[in-house]
Design a protein around this ligand. Structure first.
Ligand code: F6P
Length: 331
């Protein structure tokens, strides 16, 4: 493996709240460790097209609280081909980039695994997706914000459902994973939650709705994961209505509001902790997101930064930080 001096960071796939916090932590940790950091724009697409620029400590100022990703993102079909990956590698070499930090989900890491095998370039993966569907970590960056967005919406829908005596079907994202539906459903007190991980029987659902009606319940919420086997929320609502025509139903598809917004404290902390990657790179390993030892490394860095900042609080901050400076903690 080549000696690593320059590191590229990028976001890829669907964006998620907290990606900016992760970029910030990665860039400042890299600078702290003495690397030169480069941002790759629009994920693998930008890698193939050579959209690569240096990042400094000030480049990531004032972004920890912002949703979306300052590096932009894309889903790349071209990176699925060897030609695309070879072109991406060429651009990385032009900038002397010999290691990557990828922030994304399943597709991002599938691409990274292929790339690292073919081109001997270590890639560290940071789990960034609202879906919470990645192996190796309990939570992905963005999941907590997304479920809070759903809960807020469900609480509002609950008000109007109660006023009008209606059964609402709320469709949430997650692709083929039911995490968003399950967590937001439990936390908002939904009457029913439909997830792809368990088979949905519409007759059972209808029976349970009837049971609720018999108990004088006049309204309710069904959270439907978009990947549920019984269909999307429109289809599930239609199937229930067919069996219970007297029921007044409404469908709300929450859609991309789940992907935006200012990240919660939990997502900011997760992103900041996972963004500290120094030990993993020294080992030259690929992958390894969500590991406890990475988080421990991070806490060491934060602790060191605190000590340094207490000693140097009057020192003006520069763009390029080496070991012993306090860039890791600037906001
Ligand atoms: O993976 C994140 C996600 O928001 C899924 O929950 C959803 O199925 C998909 O992305 C939507 O993708 P797009 O924004 O490309 O339509």
């Amino acid at each position: 493996m080549k000696r690593i001096e320059n590191i590229g960071v990028f976001t890829s796939g669907g964006d998620s709240p907290g990606m900016n916090a992760a970029i910030r932590a990665v860039v400042r940790t890299g600078i702290w460790e003495g690397f030169d950091m480069f941002g790759i724009y629009r994920g693998y697409e930008g890698m193939i097209d050579g959209q690569i620029e240096p990042l400094f400590s000030h480049s990531v100022s004032n972004i920890i609280q912002r949703g979306g990703t300052i590096l932009k993102t894309a889903r790349s079909k071209r990176f699925m081909t060897f030609e695309g990956r070879a072109q991406a590698y060429e651009h990385l070499m032009k900038h002397n980039i010999h290691a990557l930090v990828a922030i994304g989900g399943n597709g991002t890491f599938t691409g990274a695994a292929e790339f690292t095998k073919e081109f001997d370039i270590p890639v560290i993966g940071l789990p960034g997706t609202i879906d919470n569907d990645l192996y190796g970590t309990d939570y992905t960056i963005g999941f907590d914000t997304a479920i809070n967005t759903v809960i807020e919406a469900a609480d509002k829908i609950r008000d109007t459902a109660t006023s009008h005596d209606r059964l609402f079907f709320i469709q949430v994202m997650g692709r083929d994973s039911g995490y968003i539906a399950l967590w937001s459903g439990v936390a908002s007190g939904a009457e029913f939650i439909l997830i792809p991980e368990t088979k949905t029987y519409i007759d059972n659902l209808t029976r349970l709705v009837k049971h609720d009606i018999r108990k004088n319940k006049t309204s309710g919420i069904v959270i439907v994961a978009e990947g549920d086997d019984a269909g999307d929320a429109e289809s599930v609502a239609a199937q229930v209505k067919e069996r219970l025509p007297e029921l007044e139903t409404r469908v709300t598809i929450l859609g991309h509001i789940q992907r935006g917004g200012s990240p919660t404290a939990r997502d900011r902390m997760l992103a900041s902790m996972l963004g500290c990657f120094d030990q993993s790179l020294e080992r030259g390993t690929a992958g390894g997101y969500g590991r406890t030892d990475q988080q421990t490394d991070c806490l060491h860095t934060i602790r060191r930064s605190h000590q340094e900042s207490q000693r140097n609080h009057s020192r003006p901050a520069g763009d390029v930080a080496g070991p012993g400076t306090v860039e890791g903690l600037k906001t």
